[in-house]
Design a protein around this ligand. Sequence first.
Ligand code: SF4
Ligand code: SF4
Ligand code: SF4
Length: 379
Amino acid sequence: MKKTSSALSIPQVLILLAIYILPLMFFGINAAGSGELPYALIYGLYLLTLLFLMFKTGKISKYRRIFFVSMALLFFPAFIHDLIIERGTMLIPQSTVVNNENPFCHIVIPITMIPMILKKMVIFPGRLMGHYTSIYSMLVIWVFMTISLGRGWCSWVCFYGGWDDGCSRISQKTKLHMDNRAPWIRNLPKAMLLFVVLGSLITLTSIYCEWLCPFKLITEFESPTNLRNTVALILMIVLFFGTLIILPILSRRRVNCGLLCPFGAMQGLIGSKIAPFKVKMDKSLCISCGQCEKHCPSFSMGKNIRSSCTLCGECIDLCPTGALDIHLRGKKRIFPKAPAFFKELLQPRNLFILAAFTGGTIISYSFAIHSLKLLVNLF
Ligand code: SF4
Ligand code: SF4
Ligand code: SF4
């Protein structure tokens, strides 16, 4: 059976864009600092164009990836620039650690939460409140996004994930085969999560941040003035190039996000159970062509769709029969008796795209326009 197109008509697309434009304008104007309004407008138009193309063509993954990769690339110029303004360096000085002034990132939520609950101790040198990336503000964002998007966070909202997502589509051919069904691939994310959570609890330090984070290289790291810091820096360089660039290019899989990130593993275990949207397969339509398993970047498609699915849309776009789609609480259609115009418009996939793209917009607006301004000034 041939797939029916999910492309929407222009009036349908315009209705969805009209809903999106409210948060876009609110966050765009609020995020714009002095002299940044033109950049806020440029970024807003860019986002509107991508969302328009997603709805008009019915293809999710291609335009989502363009957005996701640009978000990742626009994150670090603003982050590094602000660090240098605040501290004068990308290095983590001792005073920052002593004064609890490190920006808190969502990846360490599973590592810091357990000691916080069990030992009543914050093991990360970040501010609890009063800073944009304070621990509480990040926890609030995480809870809200997890309830609405689950592990969709990892293909639509995270400002790191675009690295391995983009690199996983650079090569047309798979040069290193990583079998989704291999037991070690299925179990590695959970093992990694257990390791860093237990390790942090025993040592009462954020061991992932100190030793294993591949993003440290493009954010902040300790000065390699002693053996410990030099080893940590070498490890971070290897992880950055290995898991975010080289292995994703060779395997066409998101090696860091699919296997090694503790936050991703936690979202798979908890977020995907809570979130209302899920990718489902209609087995009566499946012709076992294997396209979904072959191309799933997140190692999530085996015999069934796993909870590690990031709702990236790749398999949905590639499936030749339309067997895969995004469902809302198990339903493919939420208003089955509505007139065709609204039934198509309010499909769960469209509602999910709207929610997830809005989430990514809210997270990215401020740093994206800040980086755009910096890059324009630089060139
Ligand atoms: S797995 Fe980790 S780094 Fe990757 S997108 Fe999710 S939170 Fe971000
Ligand atoms: S892409 Fe996957 S779900 Fe679709 S027909 Fe092929 S095997 Fe079945
Ligand atoms: S199962 Fe489909 S939607 Fe989920 S991560 Fe894999 S390709 Fe993306």
